[in-house]
Every structure is written in structure tokens, then in C-alpha cells.
Design a protein around this ligand. Structure first.
Ligand SMILES: Cc1ncc(COP(=O)(O)O)c(C=O)c1O
Length: 351
């Protein structure tokens, strides 16, 4: 290695180390090098990122290279933050107020002050989606404890921050709906009840649960709660339809209060009226009850509802998506497109 390798580029301008004292292989990059169109760190996935509002910048950016969060924001190094994910379909945000209420509830549970009141947050989100400019997208709202340092204590944070990211909605593989999905029971220890109820940015157990699914060559993994009852999937609520035609879903003491499953319970009233369901029940579900159910379902914002046809290697019901799945799927499609009571328009409505 020649003398040329001891290049000033590698030494911080405030460094008291003399330029020839260490061998450098790293470059100190300029702003222009980082944010140039050809930046090497920009991976192809970033074309899916449409717009980001940052409370730190006080505005919206649409260049993915600028969608950054300061590393001393406690959301980054302590996971001290909360979030919500909602979807916009055909220019309308579905069940937005329910998501905002859950955001507020998460904030209260961890004593986090929202940076703005909910109506202001709502307006910022709507405008960010409008700037993104597409009618079908997913929006993620993050509230962080704030910037201020690298300690753990929230008190060092100056104030909480809002970040909103609008991305293209992920495509659900069509065979998930037509053929159904497989799942196994997770071996990852469940989150303690209090933490499971907060939609916080602490998703390490959930991430490990996702990895388990891959390792077991199934589509999803279902966690059990501390008593051994069915809890939830990494990012989805679970329910069964019993042989007695009751839609049963777990109590929300040990899991996140799923907005989609609660909507499904409302929509299921239609099926009860028609006699296709006997009722709904919010109670513990054992693994045995799940194995013997006539249908098993997962619920979450992006796919609405998915049919589990194999659980822990056992066939569920007829081993194919069942009638309650099909009807709930239809009811969701109608609700998302027609139920003006829970649709928030992003773009000007034309009568
Ligand atoms: C842990 C967990 N449970 C359940 C859900 C389903 O919630 P929702 O129906 O509000 O999407 C999610 C969604 O992200 C989740 O992260």
C-alpha cells in the first residue's frame, strides 16, 4: 500500500489524529455524494416510496434519498415510538379515525405526548397522500419520542416527532385468497400483555415470528399468549369459525386491538341475519379448538381477511377457503368502496 493511501478524505476535520497515523479505507462523503441520483446505497425498492412528511423538516419530501430520520431520534436507537398503518383505496382512506384513535391510545399507554392534536395529524396525513398523488397506497404514521441524544431516558428528547410515509400498497399473492394459507404455532415467547397492546416500534418478537414462518416453510406463524391460548400472528389478528358457526376471536388483553377484526365483527352481523353465522364471541381459543374449527382466519389492514387452510400440519375444515371467508371478503370489498361513514376522501369529491 503506497503513501497515497493516507488520504485526508478519511480523517474527520475535527480529528486530532494526524493524517499519517492511521490507515484509512473509508471515505468521508459530502452531501452531494450521498444525495446524488446515482448514490450506490439507493436500492430498487425505493421506487415504491412516494412521499414522506417529517416533523423535523416541517414539510414533505418525495425523493426517497431524503426520507431519513435523525439517528439520535429515540425511535431509531431505542424503538421508543408508536405507529399506525392505514390504506387508501380509490382515493379514500379506510377506517382512518379508528387508526387515529388507536394511535392516541398507544401514545397514552406509553405517556407520549402527540406533537399535534389528532385533527392536525389527520390533515398532514391527507396532504402527504395527496402529494404522493396516487389513489391506492399505504400510509404509515410514526410518532417518535424525539431527537435529543443517545441515552434511554425520554426526558432528553426535545419533543415528540411525527413522520408519515406513503408507499405503494404491497400486493397479496392471489393464491393466498384462492387456495388459502398455511400456519404453524410460534415458539417465540409472547410479548407481555401491556406491551402487546401498544402498537409500538418494538417489533423484535414479531420479526422473529416472521422468520419462523420462513424457516418452517409456511406462510404465517401464530403466537400463543402467556396462558397458551391463540394470540395473534406477527402483524395480523387471528379468529376461528367453530363447527357451531360462531366467529370466535381472542380477547384484547394480551394482543393488539386489531381494527380489521373488529370491522369484520361488525360486518358479520349481516351473516348472522342471514343465518350463515350463529354469532360472534370474544374469548380464549385453545389450539385444540383451532384444529377442530371449520374455518380459521387472519385479519389485517392490507389483505383484510385471509383463510388458513392448514395449521400445525392439520387440515382446517375442508382444507380450502370456506364460506365465511368468502362472504367476509365480499363484505370488506363493499365496505372499502361504499361505506362513506368510514371513508376519508383525500382528493376533492366530484358529485
Ligand atoms: C401485532 C399485530 N396484531 C394485529 C394486527 C392487525 O391490526 P389491523 O387490523 O389494525 O391492521 C397488526 C397490524 O399491523 C399487528 O401488528
Amino acid at each position: 500500500m503506497g503513501e497515497e493511501h493516507f488520504h485526508f478524505k478519511g480523517i474527520h476535520k475535527n480529528s486530532d489524529v494526524k493524517e499519517r497515523e492511521i490507515v484509512m479505507s473509508l471515505n468521508v462523503l459530502s452531501r452531494n455524494e450521498i444525495f446524488s441520483e446515482e448514490s450506490k446505497w439507493r436500492d430498487p425498492g425505493r421506487s415504491e416510496y412516494l412521499a414522506m412528511y417529517s416533523g423535523v423538516f416541517g414539510g414533505v419530501v418525495t425523493d426517497p434519498a431524503l426520507m431519513v430520520i435523525p439517528i439520535d431520534d429515540h425511535i431509531v436507537h431505542r424503538g421508543d415510538g408508536i405507529f399506525e398503518a392505514c390504506k387508501c383505496v380509490n382515493g379514500y382512506i379506510y377506517n382512518f379515525d379508528a387508526h387515529l384513535s388507536r394511535l392516541q391510545r398507544s401514545a397514552e399507554l406509553i405517556s407520549m405526548e402527540l406533537p399535534f392534536d389528532l385533527s392536525h395529524i389527520k390533515q398532514i396525513v391527507i396532504e402527504t397522500v395527496a402529494i404522493a398523488g396516487i389513489k391506492d397506497c399505504t400510509l404509515r404514521i410514526f410518532i417518535s419520542r424525539g431527537i435529543g441524544g443517545f441515552n434511554c431516558e425520554p426526558k432528553e428528547c426535545y419533543k415528540s416527532n411525527l413522520y408519515v410515509v406513503v408507499i405503494k400498497t404491497a400486493t397479496i399473492p392471489p393464491h393466498f385468497y384462492t387456495k388459502g394459507i398455511s400456519a404453524v404455532t410460534s415458539r417465540i415467547p409472547p410479548k407481555p400483555p401491556f406491551f402487546a397492546q401498544v402498537k409500538s416500534c418494538n417489533y423484535l418478537p414479531n420479526a422473529l415470528v416472521e422468520m419462523e414462518a420462513e424457516r418452517n416453510k409456511v406462510d404465517f406463524t401464530i403466537m400463543l399468549d402467556q396462558q397458551g391460548y391463540l394470540a395473534e400472528a406477527a402483524t395480523k389478528s387471528v379468529a376461528i369459525v367453530s363447527k357451531q358457526k360462531v366467529l370466535i376471536y381472542p380477547k384484547f388483553d394480551n394482543i393488539l386491538r386489531g381494527i380489521t377484526i373488529l370491522r369484520a365483527v361488525e360486518l358479520a352481523k349481516d351473516l348472522i341475519e342471514k343465518g350463515d353465522l350463529k354469532g360472534t364471541s370474544c374469548t380464549d381459543i385453545s389450539q385444540e379448538e383451532a384444529y377442530n374449527s371449520s374455518e380459521m382466519l387472519l385479519f389485517s389492514t392490507t389483505p383484510n381477511v385471509l383463510p388458513i387452510v392448514k395449521y400445525d400440519g392439520k387440515r382446517i375444515g375442508a382444507g380450502k377457503p370456506g364460506p365465511i371467508f368468502h362472504q367476509l371478503w365480499e363484505l370488506f370489498q363493499k365496505d372499502i368502496r361504499e361505506n362513506k361513514k368510514i371513508l376519508t376522501p383525500v382528493f376533492k369529491e366530484r358529485n
